[in-house]
Design a protein around this ligand. Structure first.
Ligand SMILES: Nc1nc2c(ncn2[C@@H]2O[C@H](COP(=O)(O)OP(=O)(O)OP(=O)(O)O)[C@@H](O)[C@H]2O)c(=O)[nH]1
Ligand SMILES: [Mg+2]
Length: 417
């Protein structure tokens, strides 16, 4: 199973024309995560290398057991597939393996849902050894549950072996055993890599550096902000999940007279496949271990509230709900004048937060607005919890320096003076 190693999207010649389908379950919409515009699905499709050519909205009170959308709507979609000579149909909600099989029979083209798309994007983006193993594990676990025609189409795209039209039953039985075997092996390899990683992380935390993680919905501008703050050149693009691996840089804060470590990592999305959260737990752990989270919000998004809720959900899931946050409302440059905030900094009382309002700053990572205020807020947060998990030594100013492994106090340890 090979994944392309460059972050670039599939070349246009291979771009598959895709029909996008969303189902509005009416009153249950919120639970089912309905997005009328299907904008996010379109961006997911593009990020996976497909070209959306048509959108279909179906309305029904509950999913159809066999076809998810019901047979009338399926016929309508089939006509669209033919009219646009589409290669694939993408569903905004999760569909079951049986629904997928039935739909593929009716529509005559591979069908995928959000989960499959997200997995595809992750597979194409993973750069580090650990990231690739994590994606491989999630893909195998997903693969183990279904017959996926689109998957073989994918294998072709990424240069692996695969066959058109999907495997036969005997082949599937074989594949299944092979997959189980590979899941076991991948888990073992991952465990090994993660042992090394946690040793590294421990040695970093023993250094007593104040650790900050950028978190937020995918495409909110985390990497752009990371670059603006650290003068780094992390990959930032108008794609979902442009970043998969964690990048950490040291950042000197004049206001605090000290350096902090800043990490940029994978973005969150609604209905992040659970297996993926599980597979990426080690990467996401970075956020849970942080002393402070910069929760980056795309202030220009019409659905920013929903996105923030989704981010909080994932933070909860990885045990980072208790880490102090600064809300960073990014992309201010995109807002019309009458929607700009009156003050560059304020605090927001969040629904579920008991008591304490969360500091909020309005920035533009692109034109630099509000970055000085953000640095000031970080310095204040450091003062509020200078000795959180470890001894905080303000003289320390590099992230990568090795620390002694034997637990001996370092020569600069103030308690030794
Ligand atoms: N106008 C404007 N665009 C921005 C700003 N910050 C980021 N962007 C754009 O938003 C898009 C996403 O930015 P990224 O920094 O890649 O976002 P991210 O949160 O790292 O996204 P993932 O890594 O995909 O989760 C890019 O096209 C950026 O140029 C901003 O302040 N203003
Ligand atoms: Mg990024």
């Amino acid at each position: 199973m090979s994944a392309t190693s460059s972050p670039s999207a599939t070349p246009p010649s291979e771009a598959a024309r895709a029909i996008l389908v969303g189902v509005d379950f009416g009153r249950n919409a919120a639970k089912q995560g309905f997005d009328e515009s299907l904008d996010e699905l379109a961006l997911l499709a593009e990020s996976a290398g497909d070209t959306p050519v048509a959108k279909v909205i179906a309305r029904r009170p509950a999913p159809d057991a066999a076809l998810f959308v019901g047979s009338g709507k399926a016929d309508e979609i089939k006509l669209l597939v033919q009219a646009h000579q589409a290669h694939t149909v993408l569903f905004d909600q999760a569909i079951s393996p049986a629904q997928q099989r039935n739909l593929e029979k009716v529509l005559g083209v591979p069908v995928a849902d959000r989960t499959a798309l997200i997995l595809e994007i992750f597979a194409a983006r993973a750069q580090s050894h650990e990231g690739k193993l994590q994606v491989e594990l999630a893909r195998l676990q997903y693969l183990a549950t279904r017959l996926v025609r689109r998957w073989s189409h994918l294998e072709r795209q990424s240069g692996g072996i695969g066959m058109r039209g999907g495997p036969g039953e005997a082949q599937i039985e074989l594949d299944r055993r092979m997959i189980d075997d590979r899941i076991k092996k991948t888990k073992e390899r991952l465990k090994q890599v993660q042992r090394q990683r946690s040793t590294q992380r421990r040695s970093r935390s023993r250094n007593g550096v104040f650790k900050i993680s950028l978190v937020g919905y995918t495409n909110a501008g985390k990497s752009t902000l990371f670059n603006a703050l650290t003068k780094a050149r992390a990959y930032a693009a108008n794609q979902l999940f442009a970043t998969l691996d964690t990048t950490t840089r040291s950042l000197y804060l004049e206001q605090a007279g000290a350096s902090v470590s800043l990490s940029d990592t994978v973005g969150f999305i609604r209905d992040l496949p659970h297996k993926l959260v599980e597979a990426f737990r080690a990467t996401l752990q970075e956020a849970a271990d942080a002393d402070l989270l910069l929760h980056v919000v795309d202030a220009a998004s019409p659905v920013l509230d929903e996105q923030m809720i989704e981010v909080d959900k994932v933070l909860e899931e990885i045990g980072a709900a208790g880490v102090p946050q600064i809300l960073v409302y990014n992309k201010q440059d995109l807002l019309p004048d009458d929607q700009r905030p009156r003050a560059p900094v304020d605090a927001l009382l969040r629904n579920d937060a008991a008591g304490e309002p969360t500091p909020r700053v309005f920035v533009s990572a692109v034109d630099g607005t509000g970055l000085a205020e953000l640095r000031e807020l970080i310095a204040q947060a450091m003062q509020a919890q200078p000795l959180s998990s470890q001894e905080y030594d303000p003289r320390f100013d590099t992230v990568a320096s090795p620390s002694s492994d034997d637990g001996e106090p370092s020569p600069s340890d103030p308690s030794q003076a």
